[in-house]
Design a protein around this ligand. Structure first.
Ligand code: NDP
Length: 499
């Protein structure tokens, strides 16, 4: 059973905020307070960075054999797996996503610890072919203290995507999770501490972006900053990192296109599109929000899409039969409805949904009926901005070139999907789309081995995979003189050995 009152995790223990402040986490399905959590601010971030700095500069973690680090990370993974039900309930209470989905996602997140433990254990340093009588080996050394700032929409998974590779590579970390959903990241710290991670290696300080987040980003004793969040937040965080000359990795917004060619059976296309668009109430950076459908099949597709969308069971996310819960907050609800209204005002047609759900089951939460919109054009706000809700637009295309042009007509480039049975077309179209991930006949799949990053305004750098592990290290080049010939640069007139 997870405690309703949560403290900060700093230097291996739970502590109250220095000024004793707390924040309330609201359950979006009931609008009741689900958790009361210590609220970290600048001084708490300072003490977390101090702890992480000490643990990095003087503690055992960066110096530990990778197999020993791996053993601790795997032990933490097992602890988390044994708690997936209770942590899944926490996630549902904080973000409103159906329990059946959250338990599955929480059960998957420990795979990141296992994967990066393996990467660390099997990592081999390089010997490079430097010229001359030299042996040149290149070590990958930890960067130091990594600051991680995470959003509310996949609280544990996104924290894990940053913490697992950072720790496996020997860094220490300070995490500032979203104040909307900070409890699962705190449970990650608890599991790592129980697994035996040394004090100060993992620190988690919930708080607001405007104070705790800013204090972390602008801190002069961190060595890298990682963010997942909106594009505007990304610009602010990257600017601060630029001033400190530290690397920044940013996973930002998206507006994923889903290209559906007319060789796909309508039922298959609609099942794929509803999965792409409405999982997590559309509150996902890679939600398929722009359905691009071949003009020959669009009428049949839209008819079936509306029918299927209206059958999605929206309800109490704790109940096993619920397929969709509320959106996360009043703020998100207002924003989504405002964008739907703007689309209506600009001439779009709302075929279903587009309104807050009323009636006794929906009395208190932020429930929106899943929404399908047609008659859209590129200049509408709904086509340019990230909605982050259960709203999808449908547009026709005449041929492959037009489909690709429409898909690429966005400031974002995070995820995209291509649905077709034509093997050549699937690959050729995927290669023409400017986005970090393209699914073929699928959507939403993610794996710790599979690079994940945004093109254009969707981010800088990428998560997952061996490349991400290397990004949490710096290359240290060690050159060894193997020559037996005495060498004195200023001592004689002999020919210079080096130029
Ligand atoms: P925000 O950008 O509002 O917040 C993200 C995090 O940054 C939060 O912890 C926030 O704190 C913090 N923050 C906000 N402003 C600052 C600042 N000036 N300095 C430092 N930290 C700050 O995003 P949301 O939490 O609303 O998450 C949704 C967004 O995340 C969407 O745009 C979505 O596309 C994106 N996202 C991207 C993913 C990807 O992989 N590319 C995956 C998931 C989400 P606080 O909560 O207090 O504001």
């Amino acid at each position: 059973m997870i405690k309703q009152d949560q403290l900060l995790w700093i230097d291996g223990r739970e502590v109250a905020a220095l000024d004793g402040e707390t924040l309330e986490v609201e359950n979006p399905a009931t609008t009741q307070t689900a958790f009361v959590v210590a609220r970290g601010q600048g001084p708490d971030i300072d003490s977390a960075v101090d702890a992480a700095r000490r643990a990095h500069d003087h503690g055992p973690w960066p110096r530990m054999h990778p197999r020993e680090r791996g053993r601790i990370l795997r032990a933490a993974a097992e602890i988390l797996r044994s708690r997936k039900e209770s942590i899944g309930e926490v996630e549902t209470a904080c973000v409103g996503r159906p329990l059946r989905e959250m338990v599955q996602q929480v059960g998957r997140a420990p795979d990141w610890l296992d994967f990066f433990a393996s990467v660390a254990e099997t990592h081999e340093d390089l010997v490079v072919p430097a010229s001359g009588e030299l042996m040149n080996y290149v070590r990958r050394v930890p960067l130091g203290v990594v600051g991680a700032i995470t959003p509310w929409n996949h609280p544990l998974l996104i924290t894990m995507k940053k913490v697992a590779p950072a720790l496996a590579a020997g860094n220490t970390t300070v995490v500032k999770p979203s104040e909307v959903a900070p409890v699962a990241p705190l449970e990650l710290a608890r599991a790592l501490v129980e697994a035996g991670i040394p004090d100060g290696v993992i620190n988690v300080v919930p708080g607001f972006g405007t104070d705790a987040g800013k204090a972390l980003t602008e801190h002069d004793r961190i060595d890298r900053i990682d963010l997942t969040g909106g594009t505007e937040t990304g610009r602010q965080v990257a600017a601060a990192a630029g001033r400190s000359l530290i690397p920044v990795q940013a996973e930002l917004g998206g507006k994923a296109p889903v290209l559906i060619f007319d060789d796909v059976p309508i039922d298959v296309a609609v099942a794929g599109a509803t999965f792409a668009s409405f999982v997590a109430s559309g509150q996902s950076c890679i939600a398929g929000t722009r359905l691009l459908v071949h003009e020959r099949s669009i009428d049949a597709f839209v008819e079936k899409l509306v029918e299927r969308t209206q059958l999605i069971r929206v309800g109490d996310p704790m109940q096993p039969e619920a397929q969709m819960g509320p959106v996360v907050s009043q703020r998100q609800l207002d924003r989504i409805l405002r964008l739907v209204e703007s689309a209506r005002a600009e001439g779009a047609r709302v075929l279903c949904g587009g309104e807050r759900l009323a009636g006794h089951a929906f009395e208190r939460g932020y429930f929106i009926a899943p929404t399908v919109i047609t008659d859209v054009h590129r200049d509408m706000r709904i086509m340019r901005e990230e909605v982050f809700g259960p709203v999808v637009s449908v547009q026709p295309f005449a041929d492959e070139d037009e489909a690709v042009a429409l898909a690429n007509d966005a400031d974002f480039g995070l995820g995209a999907a291509v649905w077709t049975q034509d093997l050549t077309r699937a690959h050729v179209v995927a290669h023409r789309i400017r986005s970090g991930t393209v699914w073929i006949n699928d959507h939403h799949r993610i794996d710790p081995a599979s690079p994940w990053g945004g093109f254009k305004d969707s981010g800088i750098g990428s998560e997952n995979g061996v490349e991400a592990f290397n990004d949490y290290t710096a290359a240290q080049s060690v050159l060894v003189n193997l020559s037996r010939t005495p060498f004195d640069w200023f001592g004689s007139s002999e020919e210079l050995r080096y130029s």
